[in-house]
Design a protein around this ligand. Structure first.
Ligand SMILES: *Cc1c(COP(=O)(O)O)cnc(C)c1O
Length: 352
């Protein structure tokens, strides 16, 4: 999905003109044979990205949003979000380079991958990226050596067993190892300035945020005891990107606001941030694909009645892209695309 867009890739449309209208315009009468454009393509409604931002500011006024670049690094999205003043959460050098190239200052970048290549830690040091996350001793030692002036954010594990995509499998220190890590950082003269977590993408239980905020409070206290000045709480991602999910964004926001009031009340001097990916972009993107083949198949396993000829049939469509390409989210994020347009030989699916 990533790619460099030129100005001509942007279309300004009038109020009320929808993605669906644009798709119709683009595909009407244009078969792959006549346009030569057989490949699937994406349409992005950047207005939807902007609306998400205003909704976020309204529901979580105390939280400063950072955009998780890995979710969708299209230049259009990055530029709009930079313009809206967001920070950026990057997981590697390529992403830091990309956002710095569009003018995002290093102070608005968090290098939020607890597992980093030494060369990329050096890159962050050289380009002024100061905020780095970590969750174990070996990673801390790498940063001590290659970026001693970095400000570290300790990433703690969360209970993400119910999320659609569990990140604690990969990331996050257990609460019981936090004291040791904080002591270690102190011994190495490394500043730990905050705590982060990620509840996993597609988190179905807002209480996991409250639980993680409470645990972060404990880690803040440990840090203070050991002489770290902790002032950043990073709530990570996991916020739904579309309407109609089991838990609505507003519900999660309300649980978070209560937990913040309890554990990090206004005026406590803690800067609260979140690293949102899917929340900002999922609803903005629509993919258009061509149907290359269509066949009638039985709806279920064949049964006796069906063998006698009264089988229920359905249509199976073969598209010009698949699971190994733009539909990988069907496998990894449990996303079920909903068709938007069905015309003679075309169908498009909205990835929600
Ligand atoms: C992917 C990712 C996010 C964003 O997750 P969403 O659930 O898409 O909001 C945030 N932080 C890190 C470190 C990530 O890798």
């Amino acid at each position: 999905m990533a790619g460099y867009l030129s100005e001509s890739d942007f279309v300004m449309v009038e109020e009320g003109f929808s993605t669906r209208d644009l798709l119709e315009e683009l595909t009407l009468g244009a078969s792959p044979a006549t346009t030569g454009k057989a490949a699937a393509f994406f349409l992005a409604d950047l207005g939807a990205v902007v609306r998400k931002h205003f909704c976020f500011r309204k529901c979580l006024p105390r939280v400063r949003p950072f955009y998780a670049v890995k979710c969708n690094s299209s230049l259009g999205v990055l530029k709009v979000l930079a313009e809206l003043g967001l920070g950026f959460s990057c997981v590697n050098k390529a992403e830091m380079e990309l956002v710095q190239r569009i003018g995002v200052p290093a102070s608005k970048i968090i290098y939020a991958n607890p597992c980093k290549q030494i060369a990329q830690i050096k890159y962050a040091a050289k380009h002024g990226v100061q905020l780095l996350s970590f969750d174990n001793e070996v990673e801390l030692a790498k940063v001590v050596k290659s970026h001693p002036s970095a400000k570290m954010v300790l990433c703690i594990a969360t209970d993400d067993t119910h999320s659609l995509s569990c990140l604690s499998l990969k990331f996050g220190a257990l609460l019981k190892s936090c004291r040791h890590l904080l002591e270690n950082a102190k011994k190495s003269h490394m500043e730990v300035v905050g705590v982060s977590f990620h509840v996993g993408s597609g988190c179905p239980d807002p209480q996991v945020y409250a639980q993680s905020i409470a645990e972060a409070r404990l880690v803040f206290e440990m840090g203070a005891e050991l002489g770290h000045t902790m002032h950043i709480l990073d709530l990570g991602g996991g916020f739904p990107g579309v309407e109609g999910t089991k838990v609505r964004f507003e519900e999660i926001a309300s649980v978070i606001n209560s937990a913040l009031d309890l554990y990090f009340p206004e005026g406590c001097g803690v800067d609260v941030l979140a690293e949102l990916g899917r929340y900002y972009v999922t609803s903005a993107f629509t993919v258009a694909v061509s149907i290359v083949a269509k066949k009638e198949v039985p709806l279920d396993q064949p049964s006796r009645e069906e063998e006698s000829g009264s089988a229920l049939k359905t249509i199976m469509y073969h598209l010009d892209d698949g699971m190994y390409g733009i539909f990988s989210s069907v496998l990894f994020d449990n996303i079920c695309p909903t068709p938007l347009l069905q015309k003679d030989l075309k169908v498009s699916a909205s990835l929600d």
